[in-house]
Design a protein around this ligand. Structure first.
Ligand code: ZN
Length: 216
């Protein structure tokens, strides 16, 4: 790969707390940019299943209940970046999660932009804690934003289903973990001049427009 090709690449890292709509925005950005999503979790599972050398090594750690070392994940990413669909860049999902991982990643690829979707914790709690779904068809409702009408779902029946971990205490703990994990990474990428905040407490389309605008 020569320098000209390298400069045309767009490698994105997307951050967002649980409940911020990161999955939706990632999908929209992939559609708009044509970049594939590189999910290290999916890649690990696929490598283990396929029995590749990296997969066998990863499995030896997983079988012991140990974390797969960063070096193994970096090897997986390095291989993935050679695939044809990654020639214009990729969107990283679930990686990096730590500063050492970000440092290791910088050794093999140039990250162009880190986008953080920000939503205040109290808004996340409000979004997540009011959620419930139809036990029959899975349609999602919300106490405040999208309550069920007349107690009957579109599918013609209704049994209310709430996830046990969608309660305030658990959501706040997840958010705390997210902030603890993300803030050193934000500092790392801020120092590199490629960290961008996008206000995620707005209309979904407006957020997508802003995310894409950052990419230029
Ligand atoms: Zn239903």
């Amino acid at each position: 790969m020569d320098e000209g090709e390298r400069q045309g690449m767009l490698n994105i890292v997307l951050f967002g707390p649980p409940g911020a709509g990161k999955g939706t925005q990632a999908q929209r950005m992939m559609d708009a940019t044509g970049l594939p999503q590189v999910s290290t979790g999916d890649m690990l599972r696929a490598a283990v299943k396929a029995g590749t050398s990296v997969g066998i090594e990863a499995k030896s750690y997983m079988d012991k209940g140990a974390l797969v070392p960063d070096s193994v994940i970096i090897d997986l990413i390095r291989d993935r970046l050679h695939d044809d669909d990654a020639k214009n860049g990729v969107m990283f999902d679930g990686f990096p999660r730590t500063v050492p991982q970000a440092e290791a990643l910088s050794e093999i690829v140039e990250v162009s932009a880190v986008l953080a979707i920000d939503v205040p914790d109290e808004r996340i709690v409000e979004r997540i804690c009011g959620r419930y779904s139809c036990g029959t068809c899975g349609t999602v409702y919300h106490d405040t934003f999208n309550p069920i009408q007349n107690g009957i779902c579109g599918c013609g029946s209704f049994t209310e289903k709430r996830r046990a971990d969608d309660v305030e205490e658990t959501v706040l703990a997840r958010l705390e973990a997210y902030h603890t994990q993300t803030s050193p990474l934000a500092d790392f990428y801020r120092a590199a001049g490629i960290f961008h905040h996008v206000d995620g407490d707005r209309d979904i389309d407006v957020i997508t427009t802003d995310l894409l605008a950052v990419l230029g």
